[in-house]
Design a protein around this ligand. Structure first.
Ligand code: FRU
Length: 316
């Protein structure tokens, strides 16, 4: 048997099922767990979240910065849940150790949007991020093409590459590395030095100093982010070798990577969008009980000296 509702009752029922605003004219409280604010990219992510949220007075945002400390981030996620937030946005430092607190929040009924770095499993509401494997592969294909133009490589020599990895317990670093290696398969390119610089510029600089001291010839550095590529450039510059090396990074912030490209420091940078705006848009949908996809993949562009002035080129 079906029950017929009058149009007014139907509207009322729908309004209750998908509330456009929080109860009693209050606010929805959203906790944002940021793994660190050391890199410009994460400062940008928080700024993107703030800007989008500013247009929605029904949202109250609380930010916590874990200062690149996994245990602190675990504790901060638990604090958010215990304080009764309506929704969590988490950009986790590492995958495995941050999976349990995210899963626990989700199981306790708190919707969780995981942003940029993944956790393991599927105990969260939505993941938003770019395709790191595809970005790594595009960077690798770009590097292969560029290295093929070197006179020595044209004559049959193999090109020599340094890879400075992001924190390898985080999924973006694993995926960027895998995509890059995939693109290098069969090409006349050897990776002569690899180190985990943990996404950090000073660490990348140190690792590059070691690479320079043991490798008399380096043709290209692929760093998993722009701070890493810049750190490597500074080390090469100090050794008087920056002109012999092609530097490639990822992130392409307007105020960071794109500037390095304009300055001739980086030969290419691949965009890694923060997803801050999308996270707030979807947080609102979830809070209004509208459906969101489990997975949102953000698009990415490549910036080189040829296209940086015209806004880069979209990856396909
Ligand atoms: C900032 C950062 C970015 C990088 C992203 C990967 O902490 O290292 O540079 O693209 O995290 O999650």
């Amino acid at each position: 048997m079906t029950t017929r509702l009058s149009p007014t009752a139907l509207i009322l029922a729908l309004a209750c099922a998908s509330p456009a605003f929080p109860k009693d004219g209050g606010k929805w409280v959203v906790g944002m767990s940021q793994c660190n604010l050391g890199e410009p990219w994460r400062v940008q992510m928080n700024a993107d979240i703030r800007r989008e949220a500013a247009a929605h007075p029904e949202l109250e945002l609380i930010f916590k910065d874990a200062q690149n400390d996994t245990l602190r981030q675990r504790a901060q996620i638990e604090e958010f849940v215990n304080s009764g937030v309506d929704l969590l946005i988490v950009s986790p430092k590492e995958a495995a150790p941050l999976t349990p607190p995210v899963a626990e929040a989700y199981r306790r009924g708190v919707p969780v949007i995981v942003l940029d770095r993944r956790v393991l499993g599927s105990d969260y509401t939505e993941f938003i991020g770019a395709n790191n494997r595809m970005i790594g592969k595009a960077a690798g294909a770009w590097a292969v093409g560029r290295l093929a133009e070197l006179p020595a490589v044209r004559k049959g020599a193999r090109a020599r590459v340094v890879e400075l990895e992001g924190l390898m317990t985080s999924i973006p670093a694993q995926d960027r590395g895998a995509g890059f290696h995939e693109a290098l398969k069969g090409a006349p390119v050897d990776i002569v030095y690899t180190a985990d610089m943990k996404w950090l510029e000073p660490q990348a600089r140190m690792e590059m100093e070691s690479a320079l001291s043991v490798q008399p010839q380096i043709d290209l550095v692929f760093a998993h982010n722009d701070p890493g590529a810049h750190g490597a450039y500074l080390a090469a510059q100090a050794a008087g070798r920056e002109r012999d090396i092609i530097f490639v990074g990822i992130d392409a912030l307007a105020q960071e990577g794109q500037v390095y490209v304009r300055q001739g420091v980086l030969a290419a940078t691949f965009e890694y969008p923060t997803g801050g705006r999308e996270a707030v848009e979807d947080a609102l949908k979830i809070l209004r009980r509208e459906s969101v996809p489990k997975e949102v993949t953000l698009r990415s562009r490549v910036f080189t000296p040829d296209n940086v002035a015209s806004g880069g080129e979209w990856l396909k």
